[in-house]
Design a protein around this ligand. Structure first.
Ligand SMILES: NC(=O)c1ccc[n+]([C@@H]2O[C@H](COP(=O)([O-])OP(=O)(O)OC[C@H]3O[C@@H](n4cnc5c(N)ncnc54)[C@H](O)[C@@H]3O)[C@@H](O)[C@H]2O)c1
Length: 370
């Protein structure tokens, strides 16, 4: 598969290790060889498989975060072995960010690495998880603990697959778009504000532009620092608190990141950041229907608890505010990116301006309980 020049319908992400082609529009036959492509999908995303895909080359995995486990990764390897997939094969992920993360890791490690094709079908996976080559599964209570950096050969983005995505899942995806815009600057944030209808949903006609702008921003960061030696860590904005909230509440990733972003702004304001920027971003997140504080995250987790499978990841009683805060503190203290007793925390100082500071976990916990 050759990557063509960048056009309105394609973006090329170039790193030292690879050129990834990101293409917009429906899947084309030339995108893959059906004889030599294994596919990973779940019981819902299976409907987005290319028409020429072979049913016997499908590996079905659980829906959502439950797909990101060593057990499921092993099932993918078993499927590849049963198909006698060799190094000339490709592995295609069809689904949300969880399937992209899982299949990306399987492709990067099967026979020391085979071609990976991603067909993200959720908003979050289109504008974030499929871009940049981070692959992973979760391990015990930790998210993304086992993984590698490995760029996909191709990402195929068909916005029409979002028609079946409910408003809550769209909102979750917008959390990462807002995060990119906070980092990317005022023009990006304005274009998101203009894309949100009065009822908080994204205007359909603006969707593809929002996805493209977000991808172009992430591409610029990944191309500058593929392996997160420094600069790429700005993309962790909202994620220190966000991952702790996700682990404690079981909230979907985007919702937890939104609450983490709101809290990061509150903390940054205490350390001299723009109050106006903080207010603007939090109003936007709220308009989209996303939480911006610990308590809003807890209430959202209660609302969503009937709709999502928390599995064994829910370790706390979310109906009790104190237990919830304690659980978030516990997760923060176990942050896998901590340096000793501190965390490199990304502080949003203004729109388009962040700074990273080493803050002690005790300080962050005191902030959460203040
Ligand atoms: N690798 C990265 O850089 C990166 C970045 C951000 C997030 N992530 C990861 O992405 C994951 C979250 O991804 P997600 O938000 O896409 O959720 P998900 O993949 O966990 O779950 C998606 C759910 O939506 C369903 N679904 C998929 N497409 C659909 C559609 N078009 N219509 C209706 N339902 C659909 C699926 O069946 C599944 O139940 C997290 O594990 C997060 O850590 C990775």
């Amino acid at each position: 598969m050759k990557s063509g020049p960048e056009t309105n319908d394609s973006i090329v992400l170039k790193t030292a290790s690879k050129e990834s082609l990101i293409k917009f529009g429906p899947f084309e036959e030339a995108d893959f060889d059906p004889n030599k492509t294994a596919m990973v999908a779940d019981s819902f995303s299976v409907r987005f498989l290319p028409k020429t895909a072979r049913a016997e080359q499908l590996i079905l995995v659980p829906r959502g975060e439950a797909a990101k486990s060593l057990k499921v990764l092993e099932q993918v390897y078993a499927g590849l072995l049963a198909m006698a997939a060799d190094r000339s094969w490709s592995l295609m992920a069809v689904g949300g960010g969880s399937i992209c993360d899982l299949a990306g890791l399987a492709a990067a490690t099967w026979m020391r690495g085979i071609n990976c094709i991603l067909l993200p079908t959720t908003l979050l996976s289109m504008l974030d998880a499929s871009i940049g080559g981070k692959t992973a599964v979760d391990y015990q209570a930790y998210k993304n603990l086992i993984g590698v950096f490995s760029q996909p050969a191709m990402v195929r983005i068909d916005i029409s697959s979002l028609k079946s995505l409910d408003k809550k899942s769209m909102a979750g995806g917008m959390a990462e778009a807002v995060k990119h815009a906070v980092l990317g600057g005022k023009a990006m944030l304005d274009s998101i504000e203009n894309a949100i209808a009065a009822n908080g949903s994204v205007k359909t006609e603006k969707l593809e532009d929002i996805v493209k702008e977000s991808i172009l921003f992430k591409k610029s960061v990944v191309e500058a620092d593929e392996r997160e030696k420094g600069f790429r860590s700005i993309l962790n904005l909202g994620h220190s608190f966000g991952h702790a909230i996700e682990a404690a509440s079981g909230l979907p990733h985007g919702y937890a990141v939104s609450a983490g972003l709101g809290l990061a702004f509150d903390l940054a304001v205490k350390r001299g950041a723009s109050l106006a920027a903080s207010g603007k971003v939090k109003r936007l997140l709220k308009k989209i229907g996303l939480p911006t504080s610990l308590e809003e995250a807890r209430l959202e987790a209660i609302t969503l608890s009937g709709a999502i499978d928390f599995g064994d990841r829910l370790r706390t009683n979310i109906s009790d505010p104190d237990s919830f805060v304690k659980a978030v503190e516990g997760s923060l203290a176990n942050d896998k990116k901590r340096c000793g007793n501190s965390i490199n925390f990304v502080l949003p100082m203004d729109i388009g301006q962040v700074k990273t500071e080493l803050l002690s976990i005790d300080y962050l916990i005191a902030f959460l309980t203040a």
